[in-house]
Design a protein around this ligand. Structure first.
Ligand SMILES: N[C@@H](Cc1c[nH]c[nH+]1)C(=O)O
Length: 403
């Protein structure tokens, strides 16, 4: 319910200053891990998304037509255009690490646009790369002081591998995904029985939603349903990533969820999502997508994630204390003097609003400076001080450490 108001609340300066803080903290952290920020166009050719396998549902994209009749879409995803640009510009990005803060447009969300802050790492297919990203996500949320959060790690191919044995059509698979995602165990068995699947396979699929929780428990339990070398490899991979996360000392934030499903089907390996207490939808989602760049005639392994910035803003505790605003007023003859004094304060990183003097009393909590021809008067609530020169006032103001 509160998410409905997001777009409107961002209109309030106090709320927006939280958003700026979230973006500043995230971009700072991304850059400390070596990720370089980029931007992609808001308008993309519809074909880019239509041709790429495993993307946002085309029905969910916001489309428009340019004067030449070409169909464009408002950027419905950041990973796809960044992957495409990366394939052309690799030499420019020796580290393979890119980050972004971009608005994403999809008709599935109430407000139609939301801000994502994310990273993409190209060119590495190792558990170390996966753990680096997950550790980056955890430390970002810690730095933001998001009160209570968890990262769930799954594998896009583990359950899909079992599904291959079931040979379901797209509709059936979608229905099963929903049961698994909502952990609706009571529906799964009758549904699979109706489809005529073998009892042993039903038994394995039924267990998928329960493969959730503490890493050692889930990995032990998952051993029982492994039915191919591929599943074994995938489970070992998850376990290896988890061990690395222990060395990053972020494992207390991690749960394993082998029933985790992401509807963005470009994922090919580890997938993960972040959840905050009391919020049903993920605040972060990501995963490994080693084959997406095939659509751009290359094969570069890659992994990335994106935070939902507006949700994070909503989760931040308290209201931010804004920088104090100095109200600087002047008598008519002192206009030039006042503009000059305001600039001196601004050069010292203070916020100043300048206005001609009027007789109204200063009722706000913010300080007021009145520039008169013979003196400069500083006042704040009950406090007042008088100065002869700009320098005297500045020396006093900064020594006083008004902040
Ligand atoms: N683009 C994905 C998140 C992601 C970034 N990188 C990899 N995955 C999303 O919007 O859900």
């Amino acid at each position: 319910m509160r998410n409905k108001q997001l777009l409107h609340t961002m209109f309030y300066p106090k709320q927006f200053s939280k958003k700026r803080h979230v973006i500043h903290t995230l971009t700072g952290r991304f850059s400390k891990f070596g990720y370089q920020q980029v931007e992609t166009p808001v308008f993309e050719n519809y074909d880019l998304y239509n041709d790429v396998q495993g993307t946002v549902n085309t029905a969910d994209m916001l489309k428009l037509i340019d004067p030449s009749g070409k169909v464009l879409v408002l950027r419905p995803d950041a990973t796809i255009p960044i992957a495409r640009h990366y394939t052309n510009l690799q030499e420019e990005v020796a580290t393979g690490r890119l980050s972004y803060v971009l608005d994403i447009f999809r008709s599935t969300t109430e407000e139609r646009s939301r801000t994502q802050a994310g990273v993409e790492l190209f060119g590495e297919r190792t558990p170390e790369a996966d753990a680096e990203l997950i550790a980056l996500a955890v430390t970002s949320l810690k730095e933001l002081e998001i009160p209570s959060f968890k990262i769930e790690i799954g594998h896009a191919a583990f359950y899909k591998e079992l599904l291959r044995e079931a040979d379901l059509d797209a509709m059936q698979q979608k229905e099963l995904d929903q049961y698994i995602q909502s952990k609706n165990i009571s529906e799964i068995v009758p549904f699979l029985k109706d489809l005529g699947l073998e009892a042993a396979l039903i038994e394995k699929l039924r267990k998928i939603p329960m493969l959730y929780g503490d890493a050692s428990f889930v990995i032990d339990e998952a051993e029982n349903i492994i039915s191919s070398d591929k599943m074994r490899e995938e489970l070992d991979y998850v376990s290896r990533v988890y061990q690395l996360l222990q060395d990053y000392q972020v494992d207390s934030y991690i749960s394993i969820n082998l029933g985790l499903i992401n509807h963005m089907n470009y994922y090919s390996g580890i997938i993960f999502q972040g959840f905050a207490e009391g919020l049903g939808q993920p605040i972060m989602m990501g995963g490994r997508y080693d084959y997406l760049t095939r659509s751009f005639h290359q094969e570069t392994p890659a992994i990335g994630f994106a935070f939902e910035v507006d949700l994070l803003v909503d989760l931040l505790p308290g209201i931010f204390t804004e920088a104090e605003i100095i109200q600087l007023r002047y008598e008519a003859s002192e206009r030039q003097h006042a503009f000059q004094l305001a600039e001196l304060f601004r050069e010292a990183n203070q916020t100043v609003i300048v206005k001609a003097f009027d007789k109204k009393e200063n009722r706000s909590d913010s300080p007021e400076i009145l520039v008169k021809s013979e003196e400069i008067v500083y006042s704040k609530q009950k406090e007042a001080a008088v100065f002869k020169t700009n320098q005297e006032l500045l020396d006093w103001y900064f020594r006083k450490d008004v902040k």
